[in-house]
Design a protein around this ligand. Structure first.
Ligand SMILES: [Ca+2]
Ligand SMILES: [Ca+2]
Length: 200
């Protein structure tokens, strides 16, 4: 009887070991391919998205990632929308923290990499905002200009005739493509100067 009991216990231990072994393979595979898709993701590994280095519950950046990935999907998920968000609310966007401010998948050389889910961890150096370049066509009426946008980023068009006061003209939401602004207002002044403000 005792012999049979010992045998059963041994079999149970083997089954338990095999289950734990397979579970850990599944977990580590899941971690490695998700981390590999985040710019400079290896610096914080699983702690980019989880509260523990072993995985488990999601942190603030993990929930942002979850909102753009399909369950079990291996498709690329890093993009300009995820980069523009500030998941941990520390004032630095996820892209700024991970060294890819515009979310195009190309990291900035020498960027300081901080944790996008930890408000205590943020770049100490001032980060240059991504400023759009205005492409102005000459002798065009009504006046218009083109500019490259970051998807989800809002831009405010302002105008002045004397540089003492800037008037709000329009708000444009970026699509990730080049966009055009046209001023359809009645021309009241001989000259108008325009500027584009990147809104936070
Ligand atoms: Ca942040
Ligand atoms: Ca942070």
């Amino acid at each position: 009887m005792n012999h049979l009991k010992r045998k059963l216990t041994m079999s149970f231990n083997i089954i338990l070991f095999v289950s734990v072994y397979f579970f850990s393979i599944t977990q580590s595979n899941a971690r490695s391919w998700r981390v590999g898709q985040i710019p400079n993701g290896n610096k914080f590994g699983c702690l980019n998205c989880h509260n523990s280095s072993y995985g488990g519950s999601l942190n603030s950046f993990g929930f942002s990632v979850k909102s753009v990935v399909g369950r079990g999907s291996k498709a690329t998920f890093w993009n300009s929308v995820l980069a523009a968000k500030d998941s941990d609310g520390d004032g630095s966007s996820n892209g700024e923290e991970l060294g890819d401010p515009d979310g195009d998948g190309k990291s900035t050389d020498g960027a300081e990499i901080t944790n996008p889910s930890n408000p205590e961890s943020k770049p100490q150096k001032p980060v240059e905002p991504v400023l759009p370049e205005l492409d102005i066509k000459k002798s065009k009426s009504p006046f218009s200009f083109n500019f490259k946008t970051v998807k989800g980023q809002k831009y405010e068009v302002q105008a002045t005739n004397d540089f003492s006061m800037w008037d709000f003209v329009d708000t444009i939401e970026g699509t990730g493509l080049e966009m055009i602004f046209t001023d359809y207002r009645e021309a009241l002044f001989l000259r108008q100067f325009y500027r584009l403000k990147v809104k936070n």
